[in-house]
Design a protein around this ligand. Sequence first.
Ligand code: MG
Ligand code: MG
Length: 253
Amino acid sequence: MILIKTAEEIELLRASNLLVSKTLAEVGKVILPGVSTLKLDEIAEEYLRDHGGVPGFLGYNGFPATLCTSLNDEVVHGIPSSRELNEGDILSVDCGVKLQGYYGDSAYTFSVGEPSAAYKSLMENTRGALFKGIEMALAGNRLGDIGYAIQNHAEKAGYSVVREMVGHGLGRNLHEEPEVPNYGRRGNGIKLKEGMVFCIEPMINMGTRYIIQDKDGWTIRTTDKKPSAHYELAVAITRGEPDVLSTFGYIED
Ligand code: MG
Ligand code: MG
C-alpha cells in the first residue's frame, strides 16, 4: 500500500530531509586524503543528534553505523571503518535520519581531492540521471517514466544501471512502497499521485551493471571492480509537480 502524505506530513519530511542534506554537507567538508570513513561517521552522528535527529540507518536490519560509506567499486551499503581515503578516490555517502517521527534519506558521491576525468564524468552523469528522473515525477505520469529517464541518460553516456537496488517510498518508515527502479519503460508501472513521497536514487556503474555482496553481509560492489556512483534525493508530488525535499545545495554552495 502506498501511503499518501498530507501537506503537514510533507513539511515534516522536508525538515528531516533538510537535516540529512546539512549532515552530508558537514561530512563533505572533511572528505580529504588520510581521513577514515569511521571519522566521517562520527561527525555525521554528532551533527544530526545535535540537531534533534536520530540516525536512521543505525540498527536498521542490524546495520552498524550512521552512514553508508561506499568507496570506488563499492556501490552502496559500505560500512564505515578505519580505512583511510586516498587522493583520487570517489566516496558515496548515504545518510538517513529520523526527526519528529519522519525519515530523511539522501546520498551524494564525493571525490577525494581532484577526480580523474573518467570518475568526474561518471559522477556528473549519475547526478544528471537523478535530475532527469525527478523531472518526470509529475502527477499522472507512471513510475516507469522516471526509471526510463534515468536509464536513458545513464546508458546514453555509456554507463550501466544497477537493477537489484532501487529507490523507495519515504515517510514514517525508511522504506515504504512503492519501489522506484532506476530503469523502466515509459507508460509502465503505477500512476503517480499528489501526496506521494519517494526517494529517487540511481546507482550507476562505469562498467558492468552486475553487483555482488561482500562477506560482511552489507557492502555491495561491482563484479568487475570498476567504480560506481550514487546520488539520492527525496521528492514529494505537490500540486502535480516534483517538490524536492532534500537538496545538494549545502554541499555544492
Ligand atoms: Mg539512502
Ligand atoms: Mg534510500
